[in-house]
Design a protein around this ligand. Structure first.
Ligand SMILES: *Cc1c(COP(=O)(O)O)cnc(C)c1O
Length: 418
């Protein structure tokens, strides 16, 4: 986090004072550090080996075009879950041949568009989806590249909303069913089975579930390859966690090291590794800056009522997530305990509970590690225009998304004239 640091009492992102950005674009606003993003990508690239495998950034973590463009420039691929994300990647200059398409509900139109663009692989999650993709590819005279997403039924030991690798989850195919489908590959004339895929959840802070998943999936992959199937890659999905509070996630190096080690142990060291990191690439690159409108004291509590709400950053409300909250300008005063709450009319609209802060109305706060699942999960709930996004690059900053206007809020709506 050296790109987010205090100089004396003022918080900087790289070479720019956060207060200067807030004074220019207003609050709330998202601010990203380009160099933090770069170094996160580089840690994956270095761990994997300069020429090996494919790092497919999970676009749903943060789909801003400027970030996608920066990652594309570093040679990233992309993991998408909708045509909207595909169009974003294309608009950002991303290479469609480095795109993998995940998700349980791909529509016909989405499949056609992805096939026409020549994406790297479809991660297919059910038999009906496989049948649909086969028919569409055949009709287009193509062979769709496919990985089956296997559900290894392992406990990712993360929040239940972001665990995806248990058999009761909607994701993936049971291993036995996937193996049976691979063995029938020849009967799908519109498909080319090129890999195996597995994504077991998000914000994993322990290597154990990754190892368990690989140890369940890889023996089957080995048997399929021995039976003559030309499976080129193993897609391990995303899910590597970060430290929001006091978690101790494995390093990228340890994570990639484990994958290589398990592949080698199963005699599959020659397979290409495909990764789909989202959070681990962008979370630490971003903060959400918010201004304190009021300090409100009740007999029970002291509230800092801020101008960002759960519509701007939903993780605390949705997952009970904890994100560090720091002042943009440190005051020498004594710290007091505050609940940092937004203006949205929901009791869940709490960004942080019981935080020790020395602040006054009019001050700005920074909510840390907000680069992933921040803006991308934001909404206009309570008719609140979404905040702008700013990218800092050294001494300069760029507005990479304008604050929405009240016109934006009402765009496309019509009152029927009777
Ligand atoms: C969400 C998701 C990812 C990214 O997960 P992170 O925890 O952000 O790394 C990768 N692959 C798939 C299929 C996903 O749904």
């Amino acid at each position: 986090m050296t790109n987010f640091a205090y100089r004396d009492d003022r918080l900087f992102v790289e070479g720019v004072a956060v207060a200067e950005i807030a004074a220019t674009v207003g609050s709330p606003c998202y601010i990203y550090s380009k160099h933090t993003l770069y170094s996160a990508f580089r840690s994956f690239r270095d761990a994997l080996g300069p020429e090996e495998g494919l790092i497919c950034y999970a676009v749903k973590a943060n789909g801003n075009l400027a970030l996608l463009s920066a990652l594309a420039g570093l040679g990233a691929g992309f993991d998408i879950v909708s045509q909207g994300e595909l169009e974003r990647v294309v608009a950002a200059g991303g290479d469609a041949s480095r795109v993998v398409f995940s998700g349980v509900g791909k529509t016909e139109a989405e499949m056609r568009r992805a096939l026409a663009l020549g994406i790297h692989c479809f991660n297919v999650e059910s038999l009906p989806e496989l049948v649909r993709l086969n028919a569409i590819a055949e009709a287009m005279g193509l062979k769709a590249p496919v990985s089956l997403r296997v559900n290894p039924d392992v406990d990712a030991r993360t929040h239940p909303y972001i665990a995806t690798g248990l058999k009761e989850n909607k994701f993936g195919l049971p291993i036995a069913e996937a193996v049976a489908l691979y063995r029938k590959a020849a009967s799908f004339r519109g498909l080319r089975f090129v890999g195996v895929d597995c994504h077991i959840g998000s914000q994993l802070t322990d290597l154990r579930p990754f190892a368990d998943a690989l140890d369940r999936v890889l023996p089957e992959v080995r048997r399929l390859r021995e039976a003559g199937m030309d499976l080129e890659h193993i897609d391990v999905g995303g899910g590597l966690g970060i430290c929001y509070q006091d978690e101790t996630p494995p390093s990228v190096q340890a994570y990639v090291g484990l994958i290589k080690e398990r592949l080698a142990a199963h005699g599959l060291g020659a397979m290409n590794i495909l990764l789909e990191p989202g959070r681990a690439l962008v979370a630490a690159s971003g903060i959400l800056v918010t201004g304190i409108e009021y300090v409100k004291e009740t007999p029970d509590k002291r509230f800092a009522i801020v101008d960002a709400g759960m519509n701007d950053l939903i993780r605390p409300a949705l997952y009970g997530a904890w994100q560090r909250i720091v002042p943009v300008r440190k005051r020498p005063d004594q710290e007091l305990l505050y609940d940092v709450v937004g203006p949205v009319c929901e009791s869940a609209d709490v960004l942080g509970r019981g935080r020790s802060l020395a602040v006054k109305a009019g001050d700005f706060l920074a909510i840390c590690d907000a680069g992933a699942y921040g803006f991308s999960m934001s909404s206009q709930y309570n008719a609140r225009p979404r905040p702008p996004e700013v990218l800092v690059d050294g001494e300069r900053f760029h507005v990479i998304r304008d604050r929405e206007t009240y016109e934006d809020l009402m765009r496309g709506e019509h009152i029927p004239r009777s």
